[in-house]
Ligand binder design. Structure first.
Ligand code: PLP
Length: 462
């Protein structure tokens, strides 16, 4: 505990106060009465699932509600908060172009906010997956987030391509817990003639593995007409990215995890300038897309003409007018991230926190480096790669032994033990708990407390 306190002094969570961290009272949990009151904050280590609410979000949303009440439709062009620097709704998302691109390493013109993650993945696939009879395969992973799998599977079907033949679903090797980069590279090489698309997650939701995005992207691009797209749900705001320099073709993400924009809030896309520029020299040719009026020439948008002249850059891929409330919620959080020092400062503190978590977990008596064969004693192993460059903030812990009866199962019992004591983590049935200290608001004492209680939980079972 002393060490955690001293680490918190040395590397303080300077922006913790900018967030609403749930309390025992608000969560409906019993505090212990001695060290905690109903107002004490819980140990929230679940920002990989849903980031905490920035305190500034409520005010930002209220101002848009005021504008709606004050001027209704006119707020699209004449916002009642203009004097306070608020943006009219027509351009509500444009201020994000100063805040978001640096998080993904994109040019301003390559990044836009729109829609939601799965919808955006489907939209981008409409532009980037154009199979032919000889080039139609998609390299993805077995165990992908189900929404991604459903999208990929149905994109094949939409093109009358047999998904069973087209999807190369890479599997983690027997006895291992994450994909080897060499296996991905080999699969690209072995299939390059028929390969149309590589679509992988930047950080894998289940194992927490951060893929070698640069190597995979550059390797795939050696081959003719292979497109590379990334799902960055667990990567954006978590690890530094350089999508433009790596030559990534497209990417999409949600913003309710490490970007703290609120449940289901507006998502984001990256489209490399090589695909998103609309040429003036070649008659305004553009990449075909799922189009809508918000991607159309801003000046002529309200002329309601049947001429589609997409805005050059990622903004030209937007379809609908964005949810104003979502956009300002995202903006509040991005401003805090900017004030913190951006993604590199976040990553620096994130490594300190997660390294401390690794250190404490691997010192526990019931930690196993590998999943033991046939053990009846409760314990856990870590699925996430431990090397810094192969992971972000999240560690995924696999508990054993498994019991189908929820009341006897190790993971379920550990999860309940933690939850009842105000350690909020995330379970992935049947046996995994994911823990993510978030550098914006978590402390070393959060990490210490979670591991101390986790140890108690296992001991009580073992
Ligand atoms: C990796 C990944 N892909 C897709 C999704 C689905 O996101 P949405 O419901 O915002 O489309 C999630 C949600 O957590 C996710 O983690």
């Amino acid at each position: 505990m002393e060490r955690a306190i001293s680490l918190d002094h040395r590397y303080p969570a300077t922006h913790r106060d900018a967030f609403c961290i749930p309390s025992y009272g608000s969560m409906g949990l019993k505090s212990d009465g001695a060290n905690q009151s109903d107002y004490s904050t819980v140990t929230y280590l679940c920002g990989n699932s849903l980031g905490c609410m920035p305190k500034s979000t409520r005010n930002a949303i209220n101002k848009e509600l005021d504008a709606w009440a004050d001027r209704a439709v006119e707020s699209h062009f004449r916002h009642s908060g203009e004097q306070q620097g608020l943006t009219s709704w027509m351009d509500i998302d444009l201020p994000l172009s100063n805040l978001l691109p640096s998080l993904v390493g994109g040019l301003e013109s390559e990044v836009a906010v729109m829609g939601s993650l799965t919808a955006n993945l489907n939209s981008l696939m409409a532009s980037f997956y154009r199979p032919t009879s000889s080039k139609f395969k998609i390299l993805c992973e077995k165990g992908a987030f189900p929404s991604d799998f459903y999208a990929l599977y149905n994109q094949c079907a939409l093109h009358k391509v047999d998904p069973e033949e087209a999807l190369i679903r890479l599997e983690v090797r027997e006895g291992e817990s994450y994909l080897r980069t060499d296996d991905i590279i080999r699969a690209i090489s072995d299939n390059h003639e028929e390969l149309a698309l590589v679509c992988l997650p930047g950080v894998q939701y289940y194992s927490g593995q951060w893929f070698d995005m640069e190597k995979i992207t550059k390797f795939a691009h050696q081959f003719k007409d292979v497109v590379v797209g990334w799902d960055l749900a667990h990567a954006v705001g978590n690890v530094p990215l350089a999508l433009h320099d790596w030559g990534v073709d497209f990417a999409c993400w949600c913003s309710y995890k490490y970007l703290n924009s609120g449940p289901g809030a507006i998502a984001g896309i990256f489209v490399h300038e090589k695909h998103s520029q609309v040429g003036s020299s070649d008659n305004g040719r553009y990449l075909p897309r799922m189009a809508g009026w918000w991607g159309n020439n801003r000046e002529r948008r309200f002329q309601m003409k049947e001429v589609f002249e997409p805005i050059s850059g990622a903004l030209g891929f937007r379809q609908s007018n964005p949810s104003v409330i979502d956009v300002v919620a995202l903006k509040s959080s991005l401003e805090i991230i900017q004030d913190f020092g951006g993604i590199n400062a976040l990553r620096e503190r994130s490594l300190l926190l997660t390294n401390y978590l690794v250190e404490l977990l691997t010192a526990l008596p019931n930690y196993h480096q590998k999943l033991p064969k046939n053990t009846s004693t409760a314990g856990f192993t870590i699925l996430t790669p431990l090397a810094e460059k192969e992971r972000g903030a999240q560690l995924s812990l696999l508990f054993f032994p498994h019991h189908d009866d929820r009341k006897l199962d190790t993971m379920e019992r550990v999860f309940d033990y933690l939850n009842e004591r105000g350690v909020i983590v995330d379970e992935r049935r049947p046996d995994v708990i994911r823990i993510a200290p978030v550098p914006l608001y978590n402390t070393f004492q959060d990490v210490w407390r979670a591991v101390t209680l986790l140890n108690e939980a296992i001991k009580s079972i073992a």
